[in-house]
Ligand binder design. Sequence first.
Ligand code: PMP
Length: 391
Amino acid sequence: APLFGRLERQAPDALLAIIGLHRADPRPGKIDVGVGVYRDATGATPVMRAVKAAEARLLATQDTKSYLGPEGDQRFTDLLAPIALGGALAADGRITGVQTPGGTGALRLAAELIAVADAERAVWIGTPTWPNHAPIFRAAGLTVRTQAYYDAAQSRVDFDAFLAGLTQARAGDVVLLHGCCHNPTGTGFAHHEWAVLAKEIARRGLIPLVDLAYQGLGQGLEEDAAGMHVVLNGVPEAMVAYSCDKNFALYRERVGALWVQADRPAMALPVRENMLVLARSLWSMPPDHGAAIVRTILEEPALTSDWRDELTQMCGRIRSLRAILGAAHPALAPIARQDGLFALLPIGRETVAALRAEHGIYMPDSGRINIAGLNDETVARFVAALLPHLK
Ligand code: PMP
């Protein structure tokens, strides 16, 4: 029998289907709030200024494309650590990090590391979440369990339900947390909730895995990592899966890192050696160019500050659109208090279909919108189309 004869059809990615429909729509006023990348006011996802400058330098100075190791560009990871982890944790001898192909690669490497350490540990994921989370952990052979995270009726974190979910976990299980800019809800833990969470996670002997994929696109670089720092400081063991693909707008270059915090400095080296062995069989070594760009930016103060400025400006654009949406209707008010690219609209799939058919507004059936898909002109038309459907 043919090897591939038993393979079944697979549904295409729902968002890719939306992109296709949007592209085929001839109406000039069509609006795409589906695709999950930052866009400027003209709808473009530009290469950042500091990235262009760093690429020009790399082109002029790079003198070899020879192999690096499975850890990738170690200087990239070391320069990124103080931004992601803060100075104190970055200098903590219990923490070790390697470059990965994007945040996805970091999550997959974390999953494989959990599986070789103890495949019986379940991974707990709050719902809803990024649709790729569960498949990544299952691909490593781990059991995924879900717990409630979001109260859709109130558009807020259901913190009591989330804590109740943690009581179901066995000591030693892993808990996935979005560090900031929750995908798809935009809704994160409040300061005091992070502190409670850190205590509960420690008390129950759980291991946090923080997915930090949008640092700097919420309230600012430092603010967006503050909750995660509270958790890392409160527990013996933890993991951080980091993506530079949004905050450096490097998406297709696949830039990320995985940090693992061991319970004592002597365990950092065995942890690291296992990460390297796993990386070897997953991708041998991560692609270099994107990480080299980030390293070049972080090595040079002028480029670093230009990157920070442009990121702050991107973040400001998202925040001002959030303010406009939040002021448009009481049912949208939570959007002004949320962070990052995404919000879940309080509408059903019939409304999503009606917005598409009648107004050329494109979003997935979940009602998740990418705020950055709007601008000062389209946001008014978007709100006008939406208002009749809100309660
Ligand atoms: N985590 C979350 C929550 C995300 O939304 C994404 C990207 N959509 C990722 C991780 C993965 O990012 P990357 O493109 O760097 O793999």
